[in-house]
Design a binder for this molecule. Sequence first.
Ligand code: GLV
Ligand code: GLV
Length: 322
Amino acid sequence: MKIIVTRIVPDRGLNILREAFGEESITVTQQDGPIPRAELLKIVAGIDALLPMLTERIDDELLDAAGPQLKIVANNAVGYDNIDVAAAKRHGVIVTNTPGVLTETTADFAWTLMMAAARRVGEGERFLRAGKWTCWGPMQLLGMDIHGATLGIFGMGRIGQAMARRALGFGMKVIYTDTFRMAVGAEKALSLTYVDKETLLRESDFISCHCPLTPETRHAFSTAEFAKMKPTSVFVNTSRGPVVDEAALAGALKSGKIFAAGIDVFEQEPKVHPALLECENAVLIPHLASASVETRSRMAAIAAQNIVACLRGEVPPNVVQG
Ligand code: GLV
Ligand code: GLV
């Protein structure tokens, strides 16, 4: 078997592959950053399985370069917008992701961003480190309360629900919108209220995005949306960068259309819109929501298990339908 893992991932994942197929079957491209495209296209020739990161584009060109031996692309992420699933299907290649294992860790981080943005943690720290803190001030760096506020969740999947569960402890009212409404019993269990997008924009004190990136969700938040939000509101995105029009977000932050933002994902990672970098009221983080020691180990393990199952002729546990 020939298996390529495009970046060094935690040993828990690599060991599963080593035990199943032997060390000699596995190539881990030892790059510090993403492997250059031309090199990837060269080394995938004749492989049986690929374990890529969300930074690798998997499309017809790559699938052609790999050839008919390739059976599975096991993405090391829950999101799979980097993969042309239809193209994979045409090539007879199975695509898998890593759902479930990063739900709680990602929701923890969306909360981290929400709280940091609302209470101006980044600004406060920069202020202190710059030596500007000369005295406690009754009007210094005042932020927005989280407890008792209304949280609007855009996309109520696994992570959105984990977000909502945490909100209960803060006494928040939680409203949500999605293309599908949850079962009434499930809504009740989490004290959720289903609303349309307009209502979500108008009524939320906090909005957190938890949708996948699809043609429908691209730029779901742009100038018109930010204009409808409260000037005291805080916007959080841990989903995918292109869900948000970054230039519009920067405009809204600068003009006070919204109070603050916590952003983990960007339209053209690792580039960040220069206007956003100028916004003191934005907490900007380099795509770290799933980055806990335990969760990154579990993600690599799940991706590896999907490969093991597939190459043994079984149906892998986490096949995506596209
Ligand atoms: C991270 O962004 C993931 O999709 O797993
Ligand atoms: C704040 O530090 C207070 O004691 O009110």
